[in-house]
Design a protein around this ligand. Structure first.
Ligand code: NAD
Ligand code: UGA
Length: 457
């Protein structure tokens, strides 16, 4: 079959894989190739066991893989043979040198730019899919302009999918944002990308802007989302002091249509690979431009998030007679949110480490994240075990700390669990998903987040 467009994506991760699978699924006349430097990852995309767990993704990949979706390690060939190139390589926080712990580490991004320059034999549209500091496209242009034979047009097309709901987010996005230079060639490239999304996204949801607004909007969206969580978590601390109930407060506040009800669930804090890194990047940018007050404002979102995680540990310590030494604590959930096996920046990592520091023994259960949990805690001193079955995991434990809002935890038989646990048995519900009154009636001491505890003392 002759394909209408040939598209390449560099970076076969949580963004590159699902995004390209959706384009391939919606556009059978396009040929999509996804390349990566990691051969294991590519082999997994080509196998029955995909490298990431994401509801609905299997179906998309099964329908397209080998037909119009291809995963490969041939980066050179990919660049040579495709004229539309998405780049979705990772952009983690820098861990060394200037800006360590704050700025985005752009080494993967720059290496990709240089490879595109080296292997291109024809003109290309290069699309920033990764989340990048504002003005990265300028650096990209400066690298790619070092040739006379071909030309490059850079677009910014940030990705807004959330893990666990990536497939529905991609299928039915709130908006698609495309930033370009406002030159004739920039606007033409922008149209080419609009055409791709128009295959399934209604035109009123495809918005365009200048390239810097597009780069900045992505980071700001994440900062606003994270800010809501830190806001509600800060108030959860006040609720615990005043006998107010955070669920009731969120409902009352969220019913104001100007505020809205989403993203107001108090928790153990936000995790995931992006919120913290993107806010720190925003903070770094503001400081770079001398906007210290603005930087401090956004930095406080991350500080409250750390405070909330530490507060969870201190609440456990206080409730369990100020010592956790040799107590067995079961962690229900390790992924940073439900419906994903991803544990990057999961609050569970911090909580597990802190419990081990307090010399507790921990048992970790999670339906999809045990492999990553093992890797995250490799080499950490202390007694840790990993048990798939939540009933077995809780046996002989003094407490359960519910860290991820997996649906299966709502429907467990807590009577059966209580019988097998050491007494007094406690539940710390870091997500407020359990029926607290029922757990209390069974015999548990129950410590929700941002609500009065229910104890038998
Ligand atoms: P990831 O680590 O899962 O995937 C990145 C992939 O890029 C890796 O497989 C890595 O091997 C590959 N890579 C790195 N350098 C390469 C190179 N030179 N050539 C080829 N491949 C290379 O990361 P991710 O979660 O997919 O995130 C990618 C970007 O998208 C980040 O900027 C992130 O902020 C952004 N983003 C992520 C999400 C999300 O939900 N994870 C959502 C929106 C935006
Ligand atoms: C987030 C954004 O929602 C996406 O739009 C964005 O594309 C993505 O980051 C990114 O740039 O990587 P994600 O991190 O996958 O997506 O998941 P979220 O649903 O945003 O949850 C993030 C964290 O906040 C999780 O730990 C979640 O449990 C927590 N959270 C969320 C709360 O604690 N309370 C809430 O009310 C909502």
């Amino acid at each position: 079959m002759k394909f209408k467009k040939n598209i390449l994506c560099i970076g076969a991760g949580y963004v590159g894989g699902p995004t390209m699978a959706m384009i391939a699924y919606k556009c059978p006349r396009y040929r999509i190739t996804v390349v990566d430097i990691n051969p294991t990852r590519i082999a997994e995309w080509n196998s029955e066991e995909l490298p990431i767990y994401e509801p609905g993704l299997d179906k998309l990949v099964r329908a397209t893989s080998g037909k119009n979706l291809f995963f490969s390690t041939d980066i050179e060939g990919g660049i040579r043979d495709n004229d539309i190139i998405f780049v979705s390589v990772n952009t983690p926080t820098k861990t060394f040198g200037a800006g360590a712990g704050m700025a985005a580490d752009l080494q993967y991004w720059e290496k990709t730019a240089r490879q595109i320059l080296q292997y291109s034999k024809s003109s290309k549209i290069v699309i920033e899919k990764s989340t990048l500091p504002v003005k990265t496209a300028l650096a990209m242009e400066n690298i790619l302009r070092n040739t006379h034979s071909v030309s490059f047009e850079i677009l910014s097309n940030p990705e807004f999918l959330a893990e666990g709901s990536a497939v529905t987010d991609l299928e039915n996005p709130d908006r698609i944002l495309i930033g370009s230079r406002e030159t004739e060639s920039g606007l033409k490239a922008r149209e080419t990308l609009v055409e791709i999304y128009a295959n399934w996204v209604p035109s009123e949801k495809i918005i365009t802007s200048n390239i810097w607004s597009s780069e900045l909007s992505k980071i700001v969206s994440n900062a606003f989302l994270a800010q809501r969580i830190s806001s509600i978590n800060a108030i959860s601390a006040l609720c615990e002091k005043t006998d107010a109930d955070i669920t009731e407060v969120s409902r009352a506040v969220g019913m104001d249509s100007r505020i809205g009800s989403k993203f107001l669930n108090a928790s153990i804090g936000f995790g995931g690979s992006c919120f913290k890194k993107d806010i720190l990047n925003l903070v770094y940018l503001c400081r770079h431009y001398g906007l210290n007050e603005v930087a401090d404002y956004w930095e406080s979102v991350v500080k409250i998030n750390q405070y909330q995680q530490e507060r969870f540990i201190l609440n456990m310590l206080t409730a369990m007679f100020n010592t956790l030494t040799d107590k067995k604590i079961c962690l229900f959930g390790f992924s940073f949110k439900a419906n994903t096996g991803d544990t990057r920046e999961s609050p569970a990592i911090f909580i597990a480490r802190r419990l081990l520091e307090e010399k507790a023994e921990i048992v970790i259960t999670d339906p999809k994240a045990l492999r990553n949990a093992r890797a995250d805690l490799a080499g950490v001193n202390g007694k840790i075990s990993f048990v798939e079955d939540p009933y077995m995991a809780a046996e002989e434990c003094h407490a359960i700390a519910l860290l991820t809002e997996w649906e299966i935890y709502r429907n467990l038989d807590f009577q059966k669990i209580y019988i097998t646990m050491a007494k007094p048995a406690s539940i710390f519900d870091g997500r407020n998903i359990l029926d607290h009154k029922r757990c209390f009636d069974i015999g548990f001491n129950v410590y929700p987040t941002g609500k009065p505890p229910l104890t038998h003392f």
